[in-house]
Design a protein. Structure first.
Length: 343
């Protein structure tokens, strides 16, 4: 490995030989794992847009080259097909570690792979951060609170998680990833940041990932009924993706380890969400009820006072404004799919 003395930044971006961007800041080299996915690709756009170099590591399990194709000719952008379960050597200032399937349909598809990604993948990225002195941000999840017994959830709540259920590969995987991050922080001095992300939606979500917002929007565009699971009275809080990206960058650039809840505190039942979709996309949309999945959390709503106070961050885009912003992207992709099938 290269000499550690070259990497004296601790994520602060004072690596030798960096090119200045704008006034008072050096250009950073940043890894985004999972950067071909929904959230990752929006984050990459933001980092490239402000003048930094970005290396995306992705195995394309749920990510797509299409999400990044507009950056392929940019000399500050690189894309590596790589699985984070395997070690990798890179020289960077910051690591945003997002690689992990996020939708229940995807993470339950191969649960052993999901937990390996969370545990071995996070270990490798922390090992990389330790070796080069990079700052490391983990995208954890509201799922660490499980089916919460405290409402709304504060970062101090330890959670109510089933260790042997169908969701455990993800929930417990992320809990272990948080533990690893804190152990590398305390034990090896790695600068870490932990974000606990609540349900997020927007353009580039996988069309058929089974999440409630993508399902309802795609179903409505396809003139199919929206599938409400269970009685539809369970609640979630939905955050528009640009708000999340702002929060992740604010967290990376600030001095606080976290964990920080990043979510929109607006709370909706699934029936209310269906009403909003109807109102903003198609007034003739209908619903149908389906059985719910196992261990489905009954309610979820972030308490974001900590992020407001310490990161000066809060979401700006309410559901009624965010939903219309994803419609044209979904319409175009659904149209392309139909054309591909010769319909
Ligand atoms: P996504 O599925 O669109 O993106 C995940 C990306 O990681 C994909 O590009 C996928 O190909 C890649 N990936 C998966 N396993 C990998 C591996 N072993 N090696 C390399 N790449 C791998 O999901 P997303 O919604 O963009 O989520 C991004 C991160 O945010 C995830 O860590 C997720 O747990 C977290 N998160 C998301 C939400 C949300 O609502 N979207 C909520 C909480 C947490
Ligand atoms: N690692 C990596 N890239 C690096 C440095 C480490 O992928 O640049 C991996 C390494 O292969 C190991 C993990 O990260 O599997 C943890 O590394 P660490 O140095 O903390 O532990 P050790 O290698 O001593 O077990
Ligand atoms: N859900 C639903 N219809 C769907 C997909 C999901 O009613 O077509 C419900 C699901 O039962 C859960 C909520 O929507 O209560 C959010 O599910 P999602 O998979 O989007 O996210 P998560 O459970 O991870 O919060």
């Amino acid at each position: 490995p290269p000499s550690r003395t070259t990497f004296n930044s601790g994520g602060g971006g004072v690596r030798t030989g960096r090119v200045p961007v704008g006034i008072g800041r050096k250009r950073l080299r940043i890894v985004v794992t999972g950067g071909a996915g929904f959230v990752g690709s929006h984050l990459v756009d933001k980092l490239i847009g402000r003048g930094d170099e970005v290396i995306v590591i992705d195995n394309f399990f749920t990510g797509r080259k299409e999400n990044l194709v507009h950056l392929f000719s940019n000399p500050r952008f690189e894309l590596i097909r790589h699985d984070v379960v395997e070690p990798i050597l890179l020289e960077v200032d910051q690591i945003y570690h997002l690689a992990c399937p996020a939708s229940p349909v995807h993470y339950k598809y191969n649960p052993v792979k999901t937990i390996k990604t969370n545990v071995m993948g996070t270990l490798n990225m922390l090992g990389l951060a330790k070796r080069v002195g990079a700052r490391f941000l983990l995208t954890s999840t509201s799922e660490v609170y499980g089916d919460p017994l405290e409402h709304p959830q504060k970062e101090t709540y330890w959670g109510n998680v089933n260790p042997i259920g169908e969701r455990s590969c993800y929930d417990e995987g992320k809990r272990t990833a948080e533990t690893l991050a804190m152990d590398y922080h305390r034990g090896a001095g790695v600068e870490v940041r932990i974000a606990r992300i609540f349900n997020t939606y927007g353009p580039r979500m996988c069309l058929d990932d089974g999440r409630v917002v993508s399902n309802f929007v795609a179903q409505t565009i396809r003139k199919l009924p929206m599938t409400v699971y269970g009685d539809g009275k369970q609640t979630r809080s939905f955050q528009y993706v640009s708000d999340l990206v702002e929060g992740l960058v604010a967290l990376m650039e600030n001095d606080h380890v976290g964990p920080f809840n990043l979510g929109n505190p607006g709370e909706f039942t699934m029936l209310e969400l269906a009403e909003v979709v109807k109102e903003v996309i198609d007034p003739s949309a209908t619903i149908e009820f389906k059985p719910n999945t196992a261990d489905d959390p009954h309610k979820r709503k972030p308490d974001i006072s900590k992020a407001k106070e310490l990161l000066n961050w809060e979401p700006k885009i309410p559901l009624r404004e965010g939903l219309p912003r994803m419609v044209s992207d979904f319409r175009n992709r659904i149209l392309n799919e139909d054309e591909g099938k010769g319909l």
